[in-house]
Design a protein around this ligand. Sequence first.
Ligand SMILES: [Zn+2]
Length: 234
Amino acid sequence: MDFKMGKNRIKKIRTIAAALTWSLFLAAVGVGAGAFNREKRQIIQVIQIEKPKVALTFDDGPNKKYTPALLNELGKRGIHASFFLMGKNIPGNEKLVQQMQKEGHLLGNHTYNHVELDKIPVAQARTEVERTSNEIYKITGVYPQYVRPPFGAWPKNFDLLVTMFPVLWDVDTLDWKSKNVDCIMRLVRSQVKDGSIILMHDGYQTSVDAAVQIMDELLERGYEFVTVDQLLIM
Ligand SMILES: [Zn+2]
């Protein structure tokens, strides 16, 4: 009898032990799952904290004197910009266009003669754009997809005619007008935000100097520099 009771007691102890082991196992799984979920939440938070993006754009080039310095500064920081080239400035500057492409910058069209596209006959406007695209194609083997219309003037439905996208801007640095780094910086600081397209011109030393300051300051503020195509598809 005693032996039997003893057996029962052992059985009971075993059952309790098994139950304890099981609950410990479940607790461990629970803790593990909790940790996993916490980690998952952190990963999701990291994905959600995307950097604000900004695009630097340079019109009217290429410029034999200032574009090389600008490309050098962009390259040092691993930043890609968008260059909207004037067709008439391309002959003689083929090497610069090649360098832009090789270094990952976006090449866009700024018409051949810097014309106001909605002030001339549509056939002429089309020639202005196509001539420039052909110049870029001859060097890069790629037709540009984006046009920065001079003065922001884009005739109605012109995108359908030339099958290209117009790219405007929201931060006008007026760099060509002020030729002053402090003025340019004041305008940028007061207007820049996530998704901004900054309009500049690679035709002045002050623009190159300001671009350097814009890059360093916005990198410091956590901005990521992208080419315009990356802002337009968002
Ligand atoms: Zn221009």
